[in-house]
Ligand binder design. Structure first.
Ligand code: ZN
Length: 260
């Protein structure tokens, strides 16, 4: 990611050069730093996912077990609902000339049972997996709107940038050096990632957080970002609401000046 880090500094303020942009869902309970300046996202001229084409990948044979398969189907139904919902409508305020954010769609799903993430999986292995699946044609080819959501089975800890799931974060999104956009969603098998709610609503909440961030800031720090407060979902972490049958996270609205 060193080439990416270099390109990031081109547009960033001095202050943000020292650390990589926030792209994670923090553990619950999350208290925003009261000393931080009032949130306001500004656009850094990078790509946006205007009509996201989302593919879900459930990594590991454990997803073939009945309870986990059911959860995977519930998450697919969640995306089918949410991608044409009010949640995406509200992101339209972050449209810019030539990039109009509208509804998206889920273009497919796969349970990947022929390889295992293991007890601990590094971000680099997730990027390698996507690269090889794309090269083999076993997942749909990437375009400028593609977003691959990778879900992990119970017992797998995901590691990214020296941090770990259920220790430091509950999910994140990022871009590979060749701009393949993806989200990594560890199984919420700890109190910090369940946030006092049940498994499915916890996972839909954190997934909505990463979805909205991937749409508005697909290359972290190069889309809509706030140097003090992070991305659209970070500002409202673990503030949830019900939309239809699903629990989702509130997202920051510049126009409302609030989490909505
Ligand atoms: Zn975030």
């Amino acid at each position: 990611m060193s080439t990416r880090a270099v390109s990031k500094t081109n547009h960033s303020t001095e202050k943000s050069q020292t650390k990589s942009p926030i792209r994670i869902v923090p553990l619950h309970p999350h208290v925003r730093d009261a000393a931080a300046p009032a949130p306001h996202l500004t656009y850094r001229n990078g790509p946006l996912l205007t009509n996201v084409e989302l593919f879900t990948l459930f990594w590991g044979a454990a997803w073939q077990e009945a309870a986990n398969t059911q959860l995977s189907q519930q998450m697919n139904s969640f995306f089918d609902f949410i991608l044409t919902s009010q949640l995406l409508d509200q992101l339209a305020e972050y449209s810019v000339p030539g990039k109009s954010i509208g509804h998206g769609k889920r273009i497919g799903t796969k349970i990947l049972a022929t390889s295992e993430p293991g007890k601990s999986v590094q971000d680099s292995a997730i990027q390698s997996l996507l690269k090889s699946e794309l090269a083999n044609g076993t997942i749909p080819p990437a375009n400028a709107n593609s977003l691959y959501f990778v879900f992990f089975p119970p017992g797998t800890q995901v590691k990214q940038g020296g941090a770990a799931s259920c220790k430091d974060f509950c999910g994140y999104h990022d871009a590979t050096p060749d701009d393949i956009f993806y989200a990594a969603m560890p199984f919420p098998g700890c109190p910090g990632c369940l946030g006092g709610i049940a498994l499915l609503p916890a996972l839909t909440s954190t997934s909505s957080h990463e979805l909205c961030e991937a749409i508005t800031d697909p290359i972290p720090g190069q889309g809509w970002y706030d140097d003090s407060n992070g991305e659209i979902g970070d500002i409202c972490a673990w503030k949830t609401k019900q939309l239809g049958p699903y629990t989702i996270q509130l997202e920051w609205s510049n126009s409302a000046g609030n989490c909505i």
